[in-house]
Design a protein around this ligand. Structure first.
Ligand code: AMP
Ligand code: MG
Length: 491
């Protein structure tokens, strides 16, 4: 118990006991704040000075909780690489409570790496500093790109080692989400044929995440459609910045439509639709261009769990689920087209634009062009003077040389000034992304006790659309020896 007052109201903990396991504290040697997200504190209505107090740091480390907390480990199941596991749950995480923020918004405060829970199986419930800071960096970047994501409130060192292949410094990530309900949460109750719990969970998710749907004639159908729509948009947004999630298991897909559970994720350097970074994704299930297919597969698993709620008649229920799922591809395609159209400077819509986009991507693939730099250099290539800079990104310029006249002809139909188009393109194409080699460098330095590269990278990521030449080192792709081809969970 501590004197810390937190604006908690813990609605999930008021659900029946079978939704979670209560969690006691798991004390650590010496909790020490590494990083506090001041901007997020303000969004949450928390005082940054108070969040730096010993009591707050103890909470953020899972070391000691305030009275208003009701710490629980949430129950969930999930398909991991296509294999169903009926019980996963928060094995190294705990939901401390729900923060009631200004404007009536509600956020989960969730700790990752806070010690063993009832769901830890053989795991230690702990996390190493590197993966904690990786999630911190990538979620901040996604947020700066305007992509829905869980957010990092703080990183706290535990003062204890965790043992992976070697002993590593331990840490806890305090993260915030609109909710931590996953596709796998629904699967947990479906696997137990617990329809009462499914109805409660769906009702809870609607009330909390999609309250306007409660009035619909068929709220559960509307809920399924809403999750499908949110994921179709999210995956298109990921792809628009070259993001590869890496572990799109159903337990890592949020029904709130936020990016969640950053593990061995990565950003494309050279464009390759088959890019896979995660060391555990041996068959490329979660490759860059496979992400929409996997999202649809995961959503199909969600739809299956909802069948008993969609209609009392099973055949009709299946028909409703199929109709909802059929919306995923057109929704995804529309978001993808719109996002990439903006990336190449288009504001109007023609059906043939998708061919133009796909031809550019093909030229980038064949030319081994850097994804981020290509779109950035395109704005410069609006004028002939900027063309060499663009072409220099391509190992083979045949495709891009064929493409440029068609692109310019298409832009001419828009009747906008080149300056306007260039400004819009620069606002649609980040110059600074968390390059894998920069992330790895920052994590390696932090593990050795030097947090400066982590802080520098975070600062650069605050202004991803900048032309400030002082930040140009952050825009550079890796040199051959710096290239990161494999990423690891490492948790
Ligand atoms: P994730 O890698 O976040 O998708 O986790 C998959 C499952 O493994 C979840 O149920 C986690 O809680 C569990 N898990 C991962 N790492 C650990 C750990 N160090 N200790 C206990 N459980 C873990
Ligand atoms: Mg997970």
């Amino acid at each position: 118990m501590t004197a810390l007052t937190m604006p908690f109201d813990n609605s999930y903990a008021r659900l029946p006991e079978r939704f979670f396991a209560h969690h006691e504290v798991a004390p650590v040697a010496s909790p020490r704040l590494i990083k506090l997200n001041h901007r997020l504190c303000r969004v949450l209505g928390l005082d940054p000075a108070q969040m730096e107090s010993a009591d707050a740091v103890a909470m953020l480390a899972g070391h000691r909780f305030p009275d208003a907390a009701s710490p629980i480990a949430m129950a969930y199941a999930g398909h991991q690489f296509g294999h169903f596991v009926p019980q996963l749950g928060d094995g190294r995480a705990v939901l401390v409570g729900e923060i009631l923020a200004p404007e009536g918004r509600r956020f989960d405060l969730h700790l990752k790496g806070s010690g063993p829970t009832a769901f830890s199986r053989r795991g230690d419930g702990r996390a190493a500093l590197g993966p904690v800071l990786r999630e911190y960096i990538i979620s901040e970047a996604m947020s700066a790109f305007g992509i829905p994501t869980t957010l990092s409130l703080a990183a706290v060192a535990t003062g204890e080692p965790v043992y992976r292949e070697t002993a590593l410094p331990g840490a806890v990530l305090a993260r915030v989400a609109t909710s931590h309900i996953r596709v796998g949460t629904f699967q947990y109750f479906a696997a137990r044929q617990d329809t009462d719990a499914l109805r409660l969970l769906a009702g809870y998710a609607i009330a909390r995440l999609y309250p306007h749907l409660a009035q619909e004639a068929e709220p559960y159908v509307a809920f399924l459609e809403a999750v499908i729509a949110a994921q179709a948009r999210l995956i298109a947004q990921w792809m628009s910045v070259g993001f590869v999630h890496g572990v799109m298991n159903t337990d890592n897909m949020s029904v709130a439509g936020e990016t969640i559970d950053y593990g061995p994720c990565a950003f494309l350097d050279t464009y390759d639709p088959a890019a896979v970074f995660s060391s555990i994704d041996q068959h490329g299930r979660y490759a860059f261009a496979n992400q929409p297919h996997i999202a649809q597969w995961n959503l199909t698993r969600l739809a299956e769990t909802l069948l008993p709620l969609l209609d009392a008649d099973e055949t009709r229920a299946i028909g409703k689920a199929e109709a909802a799922l059929a919306q995923f591809a057109p929704l995804f395609n529309e978001h993808f087209r719109a996002l990439f159209a903006a990336k190449i400077g288009l504001t109007t819509h023609r059906p043939s634009d998708i061919d133009l986009i796909q031809r550019l991507l093909k030229a980038m693939h064949e030319g081994q062009a850097d994804f981020t730099l290509t779109f950035r250099a395109l704005a410069g290539a609006l004028t002939q003077g900027g063309e060499p800079g663009l072409l220099s990104l391509f190992a083979n310029t045949y495709g891009i040389s064929q493409w440029l006249p068609d692109w310019r002809a298409r832009l001419d139909q828009e009747n906008r000034s080149k300056d306007d188009i260039a400004a819009a393109m620069r606002a649609a194409n980040p110059a600074i992304i968390p390059r894998n080699h920069k992330v790895e460098h920052a994590l390696a330095a932090a593990t050795e006790g030097d947090l400066a590269p982590f802080e520098d990278l975070l600062r650069a990521l605050e202004t991803p659309y900048t032309d400030d030449t002082r930040l140009s080192p952050w825009t550079m792709p890796p040199m051959a020896h710096e290239r990161v081809t494999r990423t690891f969970c490492g948790t």
